[in-house]
Design a binder for this molecule. Structure first.
Ligand code: GLP
Length: 240
């Protein structure tokens, strides 16, 4: 794993954007794996600024998101569909038919998981953007998830629901389940850019860099991937 240090959130976001833009320009039909959460917001902001100032085009780019809550309508302000629309999609020229997120509203959830995994296999993710949970989760793959897992339904841990409660009225409104790419699905990506910022992530980053690979700490599998960049700020690296 290559580690790149940034002084703060702003610099992390700028460096991440520079890397993503370089890849998009080199491969105009790139398949991007996208993440939600607070961490990539600054990256998306920089991509939007670059799109309007320098004209980087997303006309032929496709995106495949990591996860979506189960039970929230796509138009709910807290759905990851809404997040992606607001934070990125409506500000760049990525075509609606090229944007993919799991459907968390369907009754045929098992079929949706199989369909999503088939999409990942058919397209192939060139560059996956990842954040990390305080407990080491990636996507919504909580501690204990099999490293062999493909897209599946997951029950969110109490700590993940609490960490995400800040976006909702109260913890009671945070969905209990989600559809997420599995760990094996994420590992199929050709390249991975893992972002981490702030003191709350310091412990997770220390555990990641310890290199002890075990299912109780999902992100540890990334030590086995041939092309991962960890781009983290000073605070996130403060315990490493
Ligand atoms: C959520 C998302 C993850 C994200 C994590 C960290 O649980 N499903 O993809 O990496 O939170 O979020 P944040 O970046 O807000 O710390």
């Amino acid at each position: 794993m290559k580690v790149i240090q940034a002084s703060d959130y702003q610099e992390m976001s700028q460096k991440a954007a520079k890397y993503v833009i370089k890849n998009v320009r080199r491969q105009p039909d790139i398949i991007l794996g996208l993440a939600t959460g607070s961490t990539p917001k600054g990256l998306y902001k920089q991509l939007i600024a670059d799109h309007s100032q320098n004209g980087t085009t997303y006309e032929h780019v496709s995106s495949i998101n990591l996860d979506e809550y189960i039970g929230l309508p796509a138009h709910d302000p807290n759905s990851y569909h809404s997040f992606m629309d607001e934070q990125l999609f409506q500000h760049i020229n990525i075509q609606p038919h090229n944007r993919h997120l799991p459907n968390g509203e369907t009754d045929r959830i098992e079929q949706e998981c199989m369909h999503y995994e088939a999409l990942i296999d058919a397209k192939g993710i060139d560059l996956q953007i990842l954040g990390i949970g305080e407990n080491g989760h990636i996507g919504f793959n909580e501690p204990g998830t099999s490293f062999a897992s493909q897209t599946h339904v997951t029950t969110l841990s109490e700590s993940t629901r609490q960490a995400n409660a800040r976006f909702f009225d109260s913890i009671h409104s945070v969905p209990k389940q989600a559809i997420t790419m599995g760990i094996a699905s994420i590992m199929k990506s050709r390249k991975i850019l893992l972002l981490a910022s702030g003191p709350k992530k310091a412990n997770a980053i220390r555990r990641l860099l310890d290199g002890d690979i075990k299912e109780s700490f999902p992100a540890s599998i990334l030590n086995h991937h041939p092309h991962v960049i960890l781009l983290a700020d000073n605070e996130a690296l403060s315990a490493a």
